[in-house]
Design a protein around this ligand. Structure first.
Ligand SMILES: Cc1cc2nc3c(=O)[nH]c(=O)nc-3n(C[C@H](O)[C@H](O)[C@H](O)COP(=O)(O)O)c2cc1C
Length: 187
């Protein structure tokens, strides 16, 4: 269990933030990967991304190709839902956030420096992501002349956690509007 019914709101908040920070730092932590949901044209769209950083300002950072569908969707509707799940601790964390897309600005440049040379081609494919191709190899062609690297920054409006427990599940919500004060919810 990550938290219990006898923990204070502030103690649970600190535990959640600690685990989220660990997710960004430890490649083996289950919070390393998150599901990002966007508002698609006809359907909600979900996909897994790597959490590259969880900042002191509680912003979640991820990297992506600026030509990807998720970026197109975020330009239309910059609201996202994020989902984390910790199977051992039996905790689900749901986040509502506002997204900003960073291309060639200070933040993007700072993070591009951290991308190892051998991983840079992931943001330099010749063809746009989701282009139909005759065979997989066509999708691996890249050119270092053009880089489509971008950093997605998700700034949370609310963070909710569900702790499964034998003696009774616990659901707690924190939101920016109330200064991140906690409130229990019916699970
Ligand atoms: C374990 C895992 C990690 C992934 N990490 C990223 C990532 O950090 N950034 C990214 O753009 N796509 C990542 N992907 C691929 C996305 O899930 C998705 O397939 C791709 O970005 C295209 O999504 P879109 O068409 O919604 O833009 C990852 C996929 C898996 C399975």
């Amino acid at each position: 269990m990550l938290f219990s019914s006898t923990d204070s709101f502030s103690a649970i908040w600190q535990t959640l933030l600690h685990e989220l920070h660990r997710g960004a730092l430890d490649p083996k932590h289950p919070f390393r990967y998150l599901t990002v949901a966007t508002v698609g044209e006809q359907f909600p769209q979900v996909r897994t991304v790597v959490m590259r950083q969880f900042t002191a300002d509680l912003e979640f950072l991820a990297y992506t190709d600026v030509r990807s569908s998720k970026v197109r969707e975020l330009l239309e509707v910059p609201r996202v839902s994020l989902l984390f799940y910790h199977p051992k601790k039996q905790v689900q964390v749901r986040v509502k956030a506002l997204a900003t897309i960073h291309v060639e600005d200070e933040l993007a440049q700072e993070h591009w420096k951290r991308v190892p040379d051998k991983r840079r081609s992931e943001y330099q494919s010749k063809l746009d992501p989701a282009t139909r191709i005759a065979a997989p190899a066509a999708g691996w062609e890249s050119s270092s002349e053009h880089s489509y690297f971008s950093v997605l920054k998700f700034s949370p409006l609310s963070i909710e956690a569900l702790q499964l427990a034998r003696e009774g599940h616990l659901r707690i919500q924190y939101d920016l509007a109330s200064g991140w004060q906690g409130v229990w919810l019916v699970p």
